[in-house]
Design a protein around this ligand. Structure first.
Ligand SMILES: NC(=O)c1ccc[n+]([C@@H]2O[C@H](COP(=O)([O-])OP(=O)(O)OC[C@H]3O[C@@H](n4cnc5c(N)ncnc54)[C@H](O)[C@@H]3O)[C@@H](O)[C@H]2O)c1
Ligand SMILES: [Zn+2]
Ligand SMILES: [Zn+2]
Length: 363
């Protein structure tokens, strides 16, 4: 099955010179792939720009490289429409031509290992990542695995759905896995960024009390406008831990969720937690400067839990999208036309994005 009107080439942003001085080059001549068995071809309208894309292009983490799989376009927050379908897609999957769907970080998984069947498919040893082992959403015509593409609920615009594919679902998973409850104080270190600001909204929607930690007035104002009760500016506050303890009646936060990329956010860490508090790691500092998160004395003396989580499952993405469908979360986005995608990537690299950049292929 296919659409005879499909072009043979499309737009894509390709990494050049991967490493510290990487660049992003816009091309209009990238071949449109054909969907194979169990695959759909999606024509994207938008893609979000996640800091993980930068890690892949910077190659600053000890993980597989894009080039190992021949991938040149990163990206894993894509929304578009199905324009061609490959063979053997069971009707029970419920996909058809024209459906509005999203691509998320987990491109495929085996669907049968113990991790896959216990809602931990992101840790499946056979899983492949979008924009790392499979061409990513900086490419306008991109393939998805029929069992992993996400249907987007009505009433959630493309540019709202895009950041939920990774940022929203990751932080939804992080909050739920942390065991925090309504009424608890949760601090987000990195609250002004793409993942963190969605954390502020999801936590607020779940009835938690939110302390946002980030730097600068723009990010502070944004965090307060989306539900943070307090903003702690890490660039101006001498002792961030003491400030969070002060704001929580001298007891400390029930949870700290770190979505910052900087090692400094991890160094601040557990000192702001109350007894039995939880630290949830999500942001990935570059390996060169990873701090030790906790000393045994603090862990024992305060009964702390330190954990981490990677992206969301299909079920997390589905649930995270429902919050948007109900109007409970609405990412703060800055939109760029596709030919300015490099500006969006470099702005994120410079740490100046409040919320999330979303790039439009249709402009
Ligand atoms: N674990 C996962 O599955 C997962 C999923 C998505 C993203 N990530 C990672 O999360 C990190 C953040 O991604 P993003 O797209 O939100 O990036 P981002 O740049 O939009 O957000 C990071 C924020 O952290 C802030 N920050 C920097 N130092 C800080 C400090 N010391 N204290 C408090 N805030 C500080 C920055 O100002 C920025 O606003 C990246 O490392 C990314 O790879 C992990
Ligand atoms: Zn991401
Ligand atoms: Zn599996």
């Amino acid at each position: 099955m296919g659409d005879a009107a499909l072009p043979t080439t499309g737009k894509a942003a390709c990494v050049t010179n991967p490493g510290a001085d990487f660049g992003v080059e816009v091309r209009n001549d990238v071949p449109v792939p054909k969907p194979g068995n169990m695959e759909v071809l999606i024509k994207l309208t938008v893609t979000g720009i996640c800091y993980s894309d930068l890690h892949y292009m910077l190659e600053d983490l000890p993980m597989p490289k894009m080039s190992d799989s021949g991938v040149v376009s990163p990206g894993h927050e894509g929304i578009g429409h199905i324009v061609a379908m490959g063979d053997n897609i069971p009707a029970s999957i419920g996909l058809k031509m024209g459906d509005r769907v999203g691509l998320k970080p987990v491109w495929s998984s085996c669907n049968s290992c113990m991790l896959c069947i216990s809602e931990r498919e992101m840790y499946c040893p056979a899983s492949l990542q979008t924009g790392l082992q499979k061409p990513g959403t900086y490419q306008q015509y991109v393939l998805g695995s029929a069992d992993h593409v996400m249907k987007i609920p009505e009433g959630v615009p493309d540019e709202v759905a895009a950041p939920i594919m990774c940022s929203g679902a990751t932080i939804y998973r992080g909050i739920t896995e942390s065991g925090l409850k309504s009424g608890d104080w949760v601090a987000f270190a990195g609250a002004g960024g793409g993942v963190g600001h969605m954390g502020v909204m999801y936590a607020k929607a779940m009835g938690m009390r939110v302390i946002a930690i980030d730097g600068g007035k723009e990010k502070g104002d944004m965090c307060k406008s989306i539900g943070a009760e307090h903003f702690v500016d890490f660039m101006e506050t001498k002792d961030v831990n003491a400030e969070v303890v002060r704001l929580t009646d001298g007891l400390g936060a029930h949870g700290l969720i770190i979505t910052a990329t900087s090692p400094a956010a991890y160094r601040t860490g557990i000192g702001m937690l109350r007894t039995s508090g939880v630290l949830m790691s999500i942001g990935l500092p570059s390996i060169a400067d990873v701090p030790s998160i906790a000393d045994p004395l603090s862990l024992i003396g305060k009964n702390l839990k330190v954990t981490g989580t990677a992206v969301g499952t299909r079920n997390d993405v589905r649930r995270a999208l429902q919050f948007a469908a109900q109007g409970l979360v609405k990412p703060v986005i800055e939109q760029f036309p596709f030919d300015k995608i490099s500006d969006a990537v470099m702005k994120l690299k410079s740490g100046k994005v409040a919320g999330r950049c979303v790039v439009r292929f249709d402009e």
